[in-house]
Design a protein around this ligand. Structure first.
Ligand SMILES: NC(=O)c1ccc[n+]([C@@H]2O[C@H](COP(=O)([O-])OP(=O)(O)OC[C@H]3O[C@@H](n4cnc5c(N)ncnc54)[C@H](O)[C@@H]3O)[C@@H](O)[C@H]2O)c1
Length: 461
């Protein structure tokens, strides 16, 4: 199979940037263009200060940028010139009209499809990289063929399974690559072309090919199953707290059962990230749409449990601090939704900070990677008034600074550097009793209690 000569990706976000950088680094004979309408993002991709923080990403980008990897805002030109066009634009939850709060908003996908149809002349392979509802390829195909002269488009589904924080390792050595295509001669040929790209560094047996609908649905189901495990262990964390069991011990005991396995069994303050909630809501909507209310309710409970876990954590802080946090300083360590990323989308920290601020607390926040402007933006987005942010929020330069004169410290992201904090110094500077709420079960609780902290940890009886 001949490798394609030119690939273009629409959308230079958390998925488009890293995935294309990896393809370019692994396939030096292919020219890879990543285009976006956001000129700031493109400028950052062309600088030393990339818009996405991922360990190892800078090295991969540097290896290929300017040789066979290019970032630009010349969307139409680069798309028109490519053999394969990846679509990696956002598919957020709809906030208006039918399906608001659940269905995926496909407006960016649709406008990308209309633009592709307008500018492309010859035969093209269009690859859905974005996570989309099952049967979106049908809609894409309808738009492309109704608006183009040639009508020679093959639509493939190639969902991305990378996890933020480990994106480079995941792209380098994925568990599997999934490619769905139309079951026709032309569909099979398009699938094989894309297989040939990934096969440059991924063994053929790890590249699965399926029909379009199985591929589209598998991405939603994978995220739903992963999130479900977190909600399941979080539900048990509440039971552990009331019974004297230890959720980490329970997770270890069940995780050693080879039928269950150890991954995604870490109890926490709740899952975040741009994908889990939105993809499950999308699944919930699809099930209801296809007349399966019981299936829809089953998956919705995963989200409800996650929301409950976040509010349970804030309530624990308020109750422990003698039923009021008003006027008290609470140090928050971590704002990103997980370690090793600067992404805050749907981070549990946003909702916990919001509730604490609205309870009148003074929040002193430190995160090693998230800029202050983004923290303000996120809090404003969830309805925290500007004057509250201005008066009650301080963004600090270190964990120690945040903890100065604090009544409590809450760990909300599992950054490794929190393990290196000088806890004697922290204790000295805090009001007593010095309460520590570990929302990630990251720290050595016995050692901290010995020093004199009062520790609350998730799922510890
Ligand atoms: N973030 C993840 O970890 C992850 C993992 C797997 C799959 N996904 C899926 O991948 C998709 C993209 O996610 P993301 O996190 O990269 O989103 P993102 O918001 O970081 O990036 C999307 C980019 O697309 C650009 N864009 C939108 N419309 C455009 C157009 N018409 N032309 C050019 N550029 C356009 C936006 O400006 C933005 O920069 C989503 O469907 C998401 O569900 C995300």
């Amino acid at each position: 199979m001949n490798l394609p000569k030119k690939i273009c990706c629409i959308g230079a976000g958390y998925v488009g940037g890293p995935t294309m950088a990896m393809i370019a680094a692994k396939c030096p004979s292919i020219r890879v263009d990543v285009v976006d309408i956001n000129s700031h993002r493109i400028a950052a991709w062309n600088s030393d200060d990339l818009p996405v923080y991922e360990p190892g990403l800078f090295e991969v980008v540097s290896e290929a940028r300017g040789k066979n990897l290019f970032f630009s805002t010349e969307v139409e030109e680069r798309v028109a010139d490519a053999d394969i066009i990846f679509v990696a634009v956002g598919t957020p939850t709809k906030t208006y009209g039918m399906g608001a709060g659940r269905a995926a908003d496909l407006c960016y996908i649709e406008s990308a499809a209309r633009m592709i149809a307008k500018v492309c002349k010859g035969p093209k392979i269009i690859v859905e990289k974005s996570t989309i509802p099952v049967r979106t390829a049908e809609a894409l195909h309808a738009i492309l063929s109704a608006n183009s002269e040639s009508g020679k488009f093959q639509v493939l589904s190639n969902p991305e399974f990378l996890a933020e924080g480990t994106a480079i390792a995941d792209l380098q050595n994925p568990d599997r690559i999934l490619i769905g295509g139309e079951k026709t001669e032309a569909g099979d040929a398009a699938v094989e072309t894309l297989v040939s790209v990934y096969n440059q560094w991924i063994p053929r047996e790890r590249i699965l090919t399926t029909n379009l609908w199985s591929s589209e649905l598998s991405k939603l189901v994978a995220n739903a199953f992963l999130a479900q495990r977190i909600s399941s262990i979080n539900s048990i964390s509440a039971l552990c707290e009331t019974t004297g069991a230890d959720v980490d011990e329970v997770a270890r005991a069940i995780g050693m059962d080879s039928r269950i396995g150890p991954k995604f069994l870490k109890a926490s303050v709740g899952f975040g990230g741009s994908c889990f909630q939105k993809d499950i809501l999308n699944l919930v909507y699809l099930c209801a749409h296809f007349g399966l209310p019981e299936v829809s309710a089953y998956w919705e409970s995963v989200i409800k449990m996650n929301d409950w876990q976040k509010s349970r954590f804030t309530e624990k802080i308020v109750k422990t601090l003698f039923n009021t946090v008003s006027g008290k300083r609470i140090a928050i360590w971590g704002f990103a939704f997980k370690k090793d990323t600067n992404d805050t989308r749907e981070s549990a920290a946003i909702y916990i900070c919001k509730d604490l601020l609205l309870e009148g607390a003074h929040v002193a926040l430190y995160d090693p990677c998230v800029p202050e402007t983004l923290i303000h933006e996120d809090l404003r987005y969830v309805g925290v008034p500007d004057e509250v942010i201005e008066k009650q929020l301080t963004v600090c330069a270190s964990c120690e600074e945040a903890a100065e004169r604090a009544h409590g410290v809450a760990v909300l992201t599992e950054w490794d550097e929190f393990l290196q904090v000088d806890f004697d110094q922290v204790l000295k500077e805090m009001y007593k009793p010095a309460f520590l709420f570990d929302g990630r079960n990251l720290l050595d609780h016995a050692a901290l209690e010995k020093k004199g902290f009062s520790v609350y940890a998730i799922g510890k009886g």
